[in-house]
Unconditional design. Structure first.
Length: 316
């Protein structure tokens, strides 16, 4: 598997592959974003469906080739950018479970960002989890499992993904790319030690430049009066599509990315303040208000300029 997994996760998945009877209970891959949860779920599903039961798949058998070509009948991935998946969007889930496996021993369903399922859909999913079938496996992937029904969480095996150490990250990147990466230490810090984000920064320079730009915007807001802050916010909202790296992002998704980058910057500043025993109140207020701002952007189609200006007025 071309993944950086902690020993506990890797050991768990390897043991599950050795015995089909260990694959009857549904799984929940949870942890922070950009730690490889979804990629691990995909490769683990491929491992199970692989005729040779090879971790990560052999890529030679009929099942692996079918998955690689996105037409395996016993594999279904539900992945959406929508903020709230409704029942109609997940109807393929329930149709999928009407049929027995066709090419493999099992049918495997992966639901990414499962915390976005609305309560009605979660209740429907719960029925599938309450009556598990030996030839079906459900893998839920979540960065916020607390948003799932407690009854769902009680019926799955939770597998936590954690950040690797900087040493592990460097070793993994060096083995993956077989070459020296410029400014690797800096990119690891910019990626907050998250493997998926780090790989994205290495393979897509515009993504790292975007985060650097977002952090600089926050620094500019931090040192400006409200008139200047309002001008900066106007530019943010009005000129999103002028930057090449923003062309594939909706305004809402960019604003969420923007505020998430602000949060990571403030969080780092908080750690520095704690280490140096500085006054934390201002930075705690910034973090709390930025988190609330992100929640508002995520939940409502509001006037984003007004939200950002309100954030400035109440934070600085």
């Amino acid at each position: 598997m071309d993944l950086l997994l902690n020993d506990l996760v890797k050991s768990f998945l390897t043991e599950r592959l050795k015995d089909d009877s260990n694959l009857n209970q549904s799984l929940l891959f949870w942890g922070e974003s950009d730690l490889g949860k979804l990629t691990t779920a995909k490769l683990f599903a491929k491992s199970i469906l692989c005729s040779n039961n090879k971790l990560g798949g052999c890529n030679d058998c009929e099942n692996c080739k079918a998955i690689n070509n996105n037409w395996h009948p016993d594999y279904l991935l539900i992945d959406t950018d929508n903020d709230n998946i409704v029942v109609d969007d997940t109807s393929p889930i329930f149709k999928f479970f009407l049929y027995k496996p066709q090419l493999s021993k099992k049918r495997i369903l992966i639901i990414n960002d499962c915390e976005k399922l609305n309560l009605t859909t979660q209740s429907s999913l719960l029925k599938l989890l309450e009556e598990p079938k030996n030839d079906f496996l459900i893998i839920l992937v979540s960065s916020n499992p607390q948003k799932l029904l407690k009854t769902i969480r009680s019926r799955v095996i939770p597998i936590r993904f954690t950040k690797p150490s900087k040493k592990e990250l460097i070793s993994f990147i060096e083995s993956k790319y077989q070459k020296d990466i410029k400014n690797l230490d800096y990119l690891i810090d910019l990626a907050e030690g998250k493997p998926a984000k780090l790989i994205n920064f290495i393979e897509n320079q515009s993504s790292s430049k975007l985060k650097e730009s977002n952090i600089q915007i926050y620094k500019n807001i931090l040192k400006s009066n409200f008139v200047k802050q309002s001008s900066i916010i106007k530019d943010i909202v009005s000129n999103l599509k002028e930057k090449d790296e923003l062309k594939n992002l909706s305004k809402k998704n960019y604003l969420k990315t923007l505020v998430n980058d602000w949060l990571s910057f403030i969080e780092n500043e908080l750690y520095v303040s704690i280490k140096n025993k500085e006054d934390l109140k201002k930075k705690q207020k910034q973090f709390k208000n930025a988190l609330q701002l992100l929640q508002y952007i995520d939940a409502y189609n509001a006037n984003y300029r007004l939200l950002l200006e309100t954030f400035c007025l109440t934070t600085f």
